[in-house]
Structures are given as C-alpha cells and as structure tokens.
Design a protein around this ligand. Structure first.
Ligand SMILES: [Zn+2]
Length: 438
C-alpha cells in the first residue's frame, strides 16, 4: 500500500516537473498536411500525442480481451473439470477406505469421466470394482495402471495377487518377476512371494538369483535370507545326488548346513552323503552339532544309519554320546532306552525311559516301558498298566503343514498336499481324541 503511494507521488512529481519544464520553454508548431494547417503550441501537441497513445493502448487491450475470450472459457471449463475430477478421485479413495461400495463406484465413474485418464484413476476404479466383487473389471483396471511408470508397479502387484487368487502360478510368477525388476521401493516386499513362486516352479537357479538380489537390496534380513539359501542349496544337493554326483551333492548339503545350522534336514542330508563318501567321523560331527540345538528324531535315524551293522552294545555306547550332548532331549533318552533294551541292560533302559517320560510323556515311550516289564521280569500285569497309559498319551510330533494343515511322513521343501514352500513344521499332534461311547 505504502509502495503504491510512493509510486503515485513519484509519477505525479515527474509529470508536474515535465509540465513546468515545457511551460518554461514556450514555442509554436505548425503542421501542413493535405491542404490542412494546424497552428499550436508544443505543450498542447505533447498532450494531444499522449491522449492518442493512451487511446490506442486501450483499444489494443480490448481487442485482445475479446479475441482471447473463447480460449479462456475453454481453459476455465477444463480447470473446473479437473478440479472436480480430482475431488471425486480423492473422495472415492476415501469411500474405498471406508468400505462404502455404492459411493466408491459412483465416485470412481465420475473421476474416470472427468479426468479421462485410466492410468490415473485405475487404482480407484480397480478398488471400487474389487469392493463390488468384479474380478474381470479389476483385472482390466490393473492392466490400465501399467501404462504409467508411476503406477505400473501397483498394477503388476495387483495382477499378481489376482493371478494367485485364481491359482494361475505361471502368470503370477511373470507379474512378480516384472514388479521385482522395477526396483521400486515397494518391490522389497515381493522378495518372498517371488522366491516361493520360483521354488514352486522348480526354478532353483532363478530363486537363488532372487535371494542374491534381495541381499543386495537389503530386502530380507539375515536369518530369513540364510534359511532360504539353505533350502536352495539342499535342493541343489538333491539334484546333484540324482545325477550321481555324490561329491558335489555332499558339498552343497554341507553348504546348506552351514548357511542355516538349525536346518535339521540339511544336516541329515549332509551326514548321509558324507557317510557314503567314506567320512563317517565328519558325518557324526555334523549330526552332533545340530543335535545340541535342535534334537530332532531325524538326526537319531541319521546317527543310527552311520553304523548299520553295529551290535546293540555298540549302539548304546554311541547313543550315550548324543544324550550327553543334549541331556534335555526326550527322544535321545528314549532311543538310548530302546537300545539298552536290545542289549538287555535293564537298569540303563529303566533310567533313560523314565527320564524320557519325565521330559515328554509320549505313547511310544510308555510302550517301551511296558516292553521292559515284560522282558526283564515277565510281569504281564505291570506291562498292561504301562500299555494302558500309552493309550491315553500324546503321539509323537509329526510334520504338519502350516498352510493347509495336512500331515506328512517325511519332510520335503514343498508340502505334498498344497505345494507350499517350507510350510512343514515339526508339531505335536495333540492328545488323542477320546472315543465316544457307542
Ligand atoms: Zn500344505
């Protein structure tokens, strides 16, 4: 405000000064033109010239205004459509978040019509279609998202989810691979789904590359990465074994065991292959090391397999070493108790079967306890007492799929029922269901 006042004062002062300067210097001007003659003074001529210039400028502005009017009207209309379109887009996303199906669909259509850019409104229209349970429409809208680099990742991820939902793993793998290759920030979350799709397709080499890339990007943390690497190496070991290359298979199985020392089945494979290569001591060291932290019965079987021709007494001696390595493992005490029964070492058998029952009262251990009464003292009544306890005791844990709930006899990378990768877990099946009285 103050600046404008100053401007006005300065312009006025200059104009007054110019007028005074002209008035102080009088003179006359005579114009001859086409038989016309004008006599006037210099100040009047200057004033007349200024008036003419002012009029011309005003006319020019008016003409420009009139000529530009249609263009301005069009632009104003476009701006209004765009503003309304963005408002519908924003309100529509809010309606989707609130789960308001009707409003979401209405606003999606409105935004679509006003903005006329399917790549821009694709997310909203896809989500609105999703709320309405229209997979074909969702798919079409997700495809539209692929046309803009900014939304392409979202489209690929959505298309992958749709493909998985209709169990089209080949298509899901293709979308997952493309989304992962886009290297956008959100792609990190795709490391595991992509790995699992590749693993399910048996593409172990590609799966290994995915893990290497995930490591480079920091997409997976150390333990997740190590265990999946161990899965890949164990699969590669199995492939090498099938090809008859035992040395390579043993090398890969050992690498799997080192990548994840808690991965029992990698250790079991490594021990078996080392034994076959004539390295039983190294095989025993692998089993013993894993047994300390993860005393799984598969390790007991692998341990027994290292000396298939041993006498019961030799087996007792070797199993004592495992029990000393992990005295808290019920399965170790039970195996030692059973070996002691075979060797007719009754006292030793009783001690370890009792310890096993204290640690985990499994039906199979009660059955061994009954066998002890029968074989040591031929006491059928006592044996029957232990057998009765076995009937009410929990069975041993089993491999159980976390995804589909089915049980498996042996562990495999993919669940035999649903194909889930690394879903089999060693779980107690729970107490037997009491048989209802007929
Ligand atoms: Zn399953």
């Amino acid at each position: 405000m103050l600046r404008r006042l100053f401007q006005f004062l300065i312009v006025t002062a200059l104009a007054v000064a110019a007028a005074v300067w002209l008035a102080d210097r009088p003179g006359s001007v005579t114009l001859h033109w086409q038989g016309w003659r004008i006599d006037t003074s210099v100040p009047v001529l200057v004033a007349a010239l200024l008036v003419v210039l002012g009029l011309a400028a005003a006319l020019l502005r008016l003409a420009r205004g009139v000529l530009g009017l249609p263009h301005r009207l069009v632009r104003a209309r476009r701006d209004r459509r765009q503003r309304d379109g963005y408002r519908a887009l924003s309100d529509g996303l809010a309606a989707v978040a609130a789960g308001n199906r009707q409003a979401a669909r209405k606003l999606a259509r409105r935004a679509d019509r006003l903005l006329a850019d399917p790549a821009l409104t694709g997310l909203l229209t896809a989500q609105a279609a999703e709320l309405h349970g229209d997979p074909a429409e969702v798919e079409r809208r997700m495809q539209a998202l692929l046309h803009r680099p900014e939304t392409a990742f979202l489209g690929l991820k959505g298309l992958m989810t749709l493909a998985l939902r209709r169990d089209d793993r080949a298509a899901a793998l293709d979308y997952a691979r493309r989304a992962w290759a886009s290297e956008t920030g959100g792609a990190d979350g795709l490391a595991i789904p992509l790995f699992e799709l590749q693993a399910r397709a048996g593409q172990w080499a590609e799966a290994e590359l995915t893990l290497a890339e995930a490591r480079k990007r920091g997409a997976l943390d150390g333990a997740e990465l190590a265990h999946r690497r161990a899965l890949v190496l164990r699969e590669r070991a199995a492939a090498a074994e099938r090809d008859g290359n035992t040395a390579e298979a043993a090398r890969l199985a050992l690498a799997a065991h080192r990548a994840d020392p808690a991965f029992v089945l990698a250790a079991v494979a490594a021990a078996r292959l080392l034994h076959r290569l004539g390295k039983p001591r190294k095989a025993a060291a692998v089993i013993e090391a894993v047994w300390r932290g993860a005393p799984h019965p598969a390790l007991l079987d692998a341990w027994t397999a290292l000396a298939p021709a041993e006498t019961p007494l030799m087996r007792v001696k070797r199993l004592e070493r495992l029990v000393r390595a992990n005295p808290e493992a019920a399965d170790g005490h039970r195996a030692l108790g059973a070996a002691a029964l075979d060797a007719k070492l009754w006292g030793l058998a009783r001690t370890h079967l009792e310890t096993a029952l204290r640690l985990y009262p499994a039906a199979a251990t009660y059955a061994l306890r009954a066998r002890l009464e029968r074989e040591e003292r031929q006491d059928e009544a006592a044996a029957a007492g232990w057998s009765a306890k076995a009937a009410g005791a929990p069975a041993d844990p089993v491999w159980s799929c976390a995804a589909c709930g089915s049980q498996a006899e042996v562990w495999s990378t993919a669940c035999p029922s649903c194909g889930g990768i690394d879903t089999l877990a060693w779980k107690a099946p729970g107490l037997p269901v009491p048989v209802a009285a007929a």
